[in-house]
Design a protein around this ligand. Structure first.
Ligand code: NAP
Length: 322
């Protein structure tokens, strides 16, 4: 392969997983303050398949062709003018550019140097690539948005998913009483990760089993069985519901206000320093990232289909180089 081209998953139109194909495209060049990263692995997130089909961040990316993917783990290949934080050969991971296009499903990405952090040294590139978007979401919700402190009661919906299983561990790290919703086959694993109480949402209505919650990390939304609106029933007055996916009822804010509950939308942001803190928790063994399966770059469509089934335990990842 030439120095000026690379393999990338490209889509020419919006649509189903069949629009994804590996093509030869131009390799990007870092501008001043940017780094060129050789990607070893790219994480797969629900926003990827939503965007592929015209939802998610499609409005930000504009018309195809484009390359999906925000989570990357790799090695700095080249630094742009003025970069002092990284050198060629450094192992880094990050979620650059979000919500603008990052083109993570590719052999190389360029992005602002400070949107990366040093890759946690105790894990593989595949595991590291599973971390950024899910972990930054969990971290920015619990730490920066909800300011969770020891003793707070935190309910995490979809605790077994990519964001959820990391949120369980961060909430435990913060000293919270951690409650999660997940099917019963996930309970033993989530208890080991730090959940104090688990509700099998397929058997029990969570609002019949949970009470006096300070913070709901809502990773489901009202589109699925009015989960956001039903969550108001478990929150105490003064509590906070962080609505992570788009799709809450237009009446939610009014209903919450009537109960003295706060509701906020949320969108994750690139954050190198938070990834450094998260990487330290991974390297000291306090936080583990669960990767359900690693797919080849050519299997991006299979990875999307798996994710869209909405049963993923932890994360899905694409291997780009080895
Ligand atoms: N706004 C933002 O910045 C932002 C950032 C990240 C993610 N998100 C959104 O947040 C959502 C979650 O993301 P994710 O990456 O964690 O997704 P994910 O990994 O694909 O979630 C899959 C998990 O959802 C669980 N699940 C499905 N339906 C459920 C229900 N009704 N109740 C409880 N659990 C249920 C499944 O667990 P079981 O096997 O137990 O059923 C599965 O483990 C997505 O909609 C994503 O787009 C938004």
């Amino acid at each position: 392969m030439s120095d000026t081209s690379m393999r990338a998953v490209v889509q020419q139109t919006l649509g189903g997983s069949e629009v994804l194909s590996v093509q030869q495209v131009s390799r990007p060049e870092p501008l001043p303050t940017e780094v060129l990263v050789k990607v070893y692995a790219a994480g797969v997130n629900p926003v990827d398949w939503k965007t592929r089909a015209g939802g998610g961040m499609a409005g930000v990316l504009g018309e195809p062709p484009f390359t999906l993917g925000w989570d990357v783990s790799g090695v700095v290949e080249k630094v742009g003018f003025g970069v002092t934080s990284w050198q060629e050969g450094d192992e880094v991971y990050g979620m650059p550019w979000f919500p603008r296009a990052a083109g993570g499903y590719a052999e190389y990405v360029t992005a602002p140097a400070r949107q990366f952090a040093r890759k946690p040294s105790s894990v593989s590139h595949e595991q590291a690539a599973a971390v950024p978007l899910a972990a930054l979401t969990a971290w920015q919700v619990l730490v920066d948005t909800a300011h969770v402190q020891a003793g707070r009661r935190v309910l995490i919906h979809a605790a077994a998913g990519g964001v959820g299983h990391l949120a369980v561990q961060f909430a435990r790290h913060l000293g919270a009483h951690v409650i999660g919703t997940a099917r019963s086959s996930r309970h033993e694993w989530l208890t080991k990760l730090g959940a104090d109480e688990l509700v099998d949402y397929t058997a029990v209505r969570f609002e019949d089993a949970v009470t006096d919650v300070d913070v709901v990390v809502d990773l489901i939304g009202d589109l699925h069985e009015n989960t956001s609106t039903r969550s108001l029933e478990v929150l105490r007055p003064g509590g906070l519901l962080v609505a992570v996916p788009a799709g809450v009822s237009p009446e939610l804010a009014v209903a919450a206000e009537a109960k003295g509950i706060r509701v906020t939308p949320f969108l994750v942001e690139p954050d190198g320093p938070a990834l450094t803190a998260i990487g330290a928790l991974i390297d000291n063994g306090e936080v583990v990232v669960e990767v359900e399966e690693v797919f080849a770059l050519e299997q991006a469509a299979d990875a999307h289909e798996r994710g869209e089934a909405n049963r993923t335990r932890g994360k899905l990842v694409l291997r780009v180089a080895s």
